[in-house]
Design a protein around this ligand. Structure first.
Ligand code: NAP
Ligand code: ZN
Ligand code: ZN
Length: 349
């Protein structure tokens, strides 16, 4: 077994603290990574607090992982010791259903294996995530990471990046379209950057008074304070596509009213409570309300390569491991610019 150290929550809502545990010995198809940085996703917080139900404790969160490969199994041909690599939200899937066959492991019909808090498919262990010094992952779920970009700023691409890239690609966001991004947090700021890179006219909706300048620097053409009905009204029936990244319950109808005929609004945020819908907003425009879950491994590699080629990374605030509980509190106040990333060299401090 591999000895690992990290930070864990012992039970729902407990603060995170130091934790020692073991990972499986790398097998023939495994890659072992020494973790350098791990991003802090709002999904970590939802799960540490068991807001979705079914969380497994002790929980070592973290699914925006980058680091150096320190060991590869005998059957691994496409990764080498010393290379930079990443791991996102999944570490396994059934690999035989129709979704897996299409490279859409996130929609695995038997359920993908999450990077933390999930039952391993081989063996009886529970997975532990990236708030830790190392990880052992099957090569099929490991990504190649370019050394061209600042590594701490690459980490959030492994969830926030792919989760926004995938729907923007799926709904073919491109030049000539007007696209709304709701919420400027970890996912939202990547969505602004990527939609801008794909050539769309980008409008950012925010509840925070102070994010307007940043949003424009990140690529928004216009910023709307969503609390102001007059600003919202100006955009009625004008959007081709809206991507909603908000983590808390909020009014979807106000945004559906902004879609054009046959426009689509896609939900990414997973607030703990169900929204209420005014269906007329859909029926009278043949509009669509959709959802999207992270992205498959093939598309995650495509996204990482696209970001390396275009110099796109996350805007990060690097924190030491022992500041994680404060970071969660700040995230709840929408006070994150725009992703916390843990520097794993501080784990021993
Ligand atoms: P985050 O960094 O905390 O950003 C969320 C943003 O939502 C905030 O910055 C804020 O933006 C806005 N917001 C917060 N509370 C709000 C409220 N009460 N009303 C309206 N707006 C509010 O979170 P994140 O890491 O980007 O994650 C966002 C959500 O996506 C979470 O629910 C997470 O679990 C989910 N997620 C889903 C997937 C997927 O595959 N679908 C993947 C990863 C994460 P402003 O200050 O600009 O208003
Ligand atoms: Zn995430
Ligand atoms: Zn499958």
């Amino acid at each position: 077994m591999v000895a690992s150290i990290g930070y864990a929550a012992a039970q729902a809502k407990a603060p995170l603290g130091p934790f020692s545990f073991e990972r499986r010995e790398p097998g023939a198809n495994d890659v072992m990574i020494e973790i350098k940085y791990c991003g802090v996703c709002h999904s970590d917080l939802h799960q540490v607090r068991d807001e979705w139900g079914g969380s497994v404790f002790p929980m070592v969160p973290g699914h925006e992982i980058v680091g150096k490969i320190v060991k590869v199994g005998s059957a691994v041909k496409d990764f080498k010791v010393g290379e930079t690599a990443g791991v996102g939200c999944m570490v396994d899937s059934c690999r035989s259903c129709a979704s897996c066959a299409e490279g859409l492991e996130q929609y695995c019909e038997k359920g993908f294996t999450g990077t933390y808090g999930a039952k391993e498919r081989t063996g009886s262990g529970i997975t532990f995530g990236g708030y830790s010094n190392n990880i052992v992952v099957d090569r099929a779920f490991v990504l190649h990471v370019s050394d061209k970009l600042e590594l701490s700023a690459v980490a959030p691409l492994l969830c926030a990046g792919i989760t926004t890239y995938s729907p923007l690609r799926h709904w073919k966001v491109s030049k000539g379209q007007k696209v709304g991004i709701v919420g400027l947090g970890g996912l939202g700021h990547m969505a602004v950057k990527l939609a801008h890179a794909f050539g769309a006219k980008v409008v950012l909706f925010t509840t925070s008074d102070g994010k307007s300048e940043d949003a424009k620097r990140l690529g928004a053409d216009e910023v709307v304070l969503s609390k102001d009905p007059a600003q919202m009204k100006k955009h009625l029936r004008s959007f081709d596509f809206i991507l909603d990244t908000v983590s808390a319950p909020h009014d979807l109808n106000a945004y559906l009213a902004l879609l054009k005929r046959e426009g689509t609004m896609t939900l990414l945020g997973v607030p703990p409570a169900a929204p209420s819908l005014n269906i007329a907003n859909l029926i009278f425009k043949r509009a669509q309300l959709a959802g999207s879950l992270i992205g498959g491994i093939k598309e995650t590699q495509e996204m990482l390569d696209f970001c390396a080629e275009h110099g796109i990374t996350s805007d990060v605030e690097v924190i030491p491991m022992n500041k994680i509980n404060e970071a969660y509190e700040r995230m709840l106040k929408s006070d994150v610019k725009y992703r916390f990333v843990i520097d794993m060299s501080t784990l021993h401090a």
